[in-house]
Design a protein around this ligand. Structure first.
Ligand code: T1G
Length: 691
């Protein structure tokens, strides 16, 4: 069996099977491209070959272009050359797709004359999630097989589709669960139409005859993001409709080359790798996670219910524990309702909803933890109650069970000290709604054993979370940095900005919601309780709470609410002005740039302290936390990556200004930040992958 690097060629009678095997996901790096070209060259003149099947592995047909190659000089053959070579083969080439076919992987398949998919196949063009657009003909070929509407939705959202959907859309010609790749070999023998996808125009006609079609479809898709890439995707598909193939492809290339060198794509490529690196906890070699067959969650409130759903969704039976029947019934009813809604929306099947619901059992009393391998406590956020629960868990839970608390800021070591097995205790901080949000802060205590950390990190992967291991301190990583932004927002109001100006600056930066709209959604009373518990003051927020303005739940907070619709409220301006006057602050107009800097730079500064203290292992971990837990805009890469883009000397200088103006010690540049700025360095010396 001839081999060309990671590519092998095998004969099945008159059909040649070309198989890509470049673990882990058949990324189309140079060696694989060269191997494909060599294999095709070896077959081109062979008259005994009547058809070719292009195959991958069970995990991936191909995960696309090798992202680590971006930013460097791309060596030939490039992917477009490989695809043209396939298109121009003298015999039909059929793609056999199981696992993922993403980005360049789907573009490769679209270069084939036909496509056969297995039920496990997932295909899409997710380049927009890397701040790019498909750069090997995807924006030109996909509309030619799936039509403009489907293609635009797939390309601008980057969301992959399954085999059945792909067949319905015309992306694949056959879906089979026959032998792999044998069923494609059999199909290849029947293929007579060797028309290249690039030569098919019929599916472009509707857009050619209806000039407004593209904009009508694109408008709602573009609403979601302020980034450049989604707009470039639309322009490239428009070119597919308006230009001959080669011109459209050249235009796509031009757009691609503009984006790939830009900050947005660098930021999103950084985010891609940071998310994966962040999940690799630094543990002693040979540390193994403990087996988990069964889980228990204490507390059936919003968080407890969501956490239980995570376990059930991952196939792990879970017991939800409450102290009162009414609370248990409410919690179980909420879970059932959430599953019913998901089934109704079609995001899961009714059968999946029933199976998952069936894995969750409610129980009164802590006895229910006895057979659990992992217990997650999600009771009221008060230290006394937490310690009581953990003392009971220590008595009831089986030896070796992992005892986790979902606290979002309390001291893990103090909670662990309530047990005789602090090595088995750690934090597993989920984000609300827990069954939706991807982030999981895995908080190691002073005595937490490596095996327990490994078990929680492994559980994060199994629950499809981005599990980031962090150290124990007030608010861990995310909330500790968020507290700096909250303080800054409060100070901006006192200095002269309005809630809507502050929120507008942050949404313009790329967040979906500003700090005050977010506070109104969560409820100002939550912040007030924490401030009271720790003796902290926030003059404006306290005054609003004193006035009973808790946000949406009371119909007024920083804004006035009619249902979910909010409007500015002059009464709030008066409250703010009064608090400023009490503090002798002269209010002034503050521009959007200063507002943005005063919200973001203190967070970055706190991030530097967190790195210095070893609470976070890598700057990328902080970025992954903010990207997956706090809606930091992906095209800005995360706070620490963004800091490197801005330049640490600018941030240091501005912080010094803010410190001088307010006397707030938290705004004094952190030693690490000052040191790196003085040395002209950044938080992340460019890793090979994000260069
Ligand atoms: N390039 C390089 N490395 C990749 C890679 C890729 N395309 N995809 C995955 N990896 C690495 C990843 O970093 C990790 O490494 C390991 O593989 C396993 O990945 C011209 C411009 C395929 C769905 O956007 O979405 O084609 O951490 O942990 O959960 O138009 O990886 O082990 O060292 O994520 O099973 C478009 C990106 C590229 C798909 C598998 N393609 N990949 O998920 O494993 S741009 C994508 C994924 C492009 C063309 C353009 C996922 C996956 P390590 P993993 P997984």
């Amino acid at each position: 069996m001839p081999e060309y690097g990671p590519v092998t060629v095998e004969r099945d009678g008159d059909v040649a099977v070309v198989t890509m095997n470049n673990p882990p996901v058949n990324a189309l790096g140079l060696a694989l491209r060269q191997g494909l070209m060599a294999a095709l060259d070896s077959l081109r003149g062979d008259a005994s070959v009547k058809a070719i099947v292009l195959a991958g592995t069970a995990r991936a047909f191909s995960g696309g272009a090798d992202i680590t190659e971006f930013g460097g000089a791309m060596q030939d053959p490039n992917l477009r050359q490989v695809i043209s070579a396939i298109e121009d083969m003298p015999v039909p080439v059929v793609a056999a797709m199981q696992g993922v076919a993403l980005g360049g992987g789907l573009e490769l398949a679209l270069g084939c004359h036909a496509r056969v998919a297995w039920p496990t196949a997932k295909m899409g063009l997710p380049e927009v999630k890397l701040g790019l657009l498909p750069g090997a003909g995807g924006t030109q070929r996909l509309p030619r097989v799936a039509g403009v509407e489907k293609a635009l939705s797939m390309i601008v959202t980057g969301t992959p589709i399954g085999a059945a959907d792909a067949q319905a859309a015309g992306v694949v010609d056959l879906v089979t669960d026959g032998p792999y790749p044998g069923a494609a070999v059999a199909y290849a023998r029947t293929v007579t139409d060797r028309r290249r996808v690039r030569d098919r125009e019929d599916k472009l006609e509707p857009a050619r005859t209806d000039p407004g079609l593209i904009d009508r479809i694109a408008a709602p898709l573009l609403k979601a993001s302020g980034a450049q890439a989604p707009r470039a995707c639309v322009e490239s598909v428009r070119a597919a409709v308006q230009m001959p193939f080669d011109e459209g492809a050249a235009n796509e290339r031009r757009l691609f080359e503009g984006l790939v060198v830009g900050d947005e794509s660098r930021a999103q490529r950084h985010a891609f790798f940071a998310e994966r690196e962040a999940q690799k906890a630094k543990l002693p070699p040979g540390t193994e996670p403990r087996p988990v067959q069964r889980a228990a969650v204490i507390g059936a409130g919003t968080m407890g219910g969501g956490i239980a759903m995570c376990f059930a969704n991952a196939g792990i039976p879970v017991t939800v524990i409450e102290t009162e029947q009414a609370a248990l019934d409410r919690g179980m009813a909420r879970i059932a309702e959430l599953y019913a809604t998901s089934a109704k929306r079609g995001s899961i099947t009714q059968q999946q909803a029933d199976e998952r619901r069936g894995r969750i059992q409610g129980q009164l009393g802590l006895e229910g933890v006895r057979d659990a391998d992992i217990v997650v406590e999600a009771v009221f956020e008060e230290m006394g109650i937490k310690k009581q629960v953990f003392a009971e868990l220590d008595r009831l839970a089986k030896p070796g069970a992992v005892l986790a608390t979902n606290t979002s800021y309390l001291d893990i070591d103090e909670i662990a000290a309530a047990t005789s097995r602090p090595g088995d205790v750690l934090g597993m901080h989920f984000f609300s709604p827990a069954n939706v949000m991807k982030l999981l802060e895995v908080v190691r205590g002073r005595n937490t054993s490596p095996a327990v950390i490994a078990t929680a990190a492994d559980m994060g992967r199994k629950l499809s979370k981005v599990g980031v291991v962090v150290g124990n301190c007030f608010g861990f990583v995310g909330n500790r940095m968020l507290a700096r932004r909250t303080d800054a927002a409060e100070r901006l109001l006192l200095d002269g900005a309005s809630p809507q100006e502050v929120d507008a600056a942050l949404t313009a930066f790329g967040f979906r919601m500003g700090p005050f709209a977010m506070s109104d959604l969560a409820g100002l009373d939550i912040g007030m309780r924490i401030r009271k518990a720790f003796g902290k003051r926030a003059p404006v927020a306290d005054a609003l709470c004193d006035a009973g303005r808790y946000g949406q739940k009371t119909g007024r907070g920083y804004y006035l609410y009619e249902g979910r619709a909010s409007t500015p409220d002059l009464a709030v301006d008066a409250i703010i002005a009064a608090e400023s006057a009490k503090l002798g602050i002269t209010r002034r107009h503050i521009g959007a740039e200063e507002i943005t800097e005063r919200l973001i730079y203190p967070m970055i500064n706190e991030g530097a302290r967190i790195l210095e203290e070893g609470i976070a292992e890598r700057p990328g971990d902080i970025d992954a936390i903010w990207l997956h837990g706090y809606n930091w805009p992906a095209w800005r890469g995360g706070p620490m990556f963004y800091a490197d883009l801005v330049g640490l000397s600018r941030i240091r200088d501005r912080l010094q200004d803010f410190h001088a103006a307010t006397g707030d010690e938290a705004l004094r540049p952190a030693p690490l930040l000052a040191r790196l700025a003085d040395a002209g360095q950044g938080f992340s010396t460019p890793t090979k992958k994000a260069a």
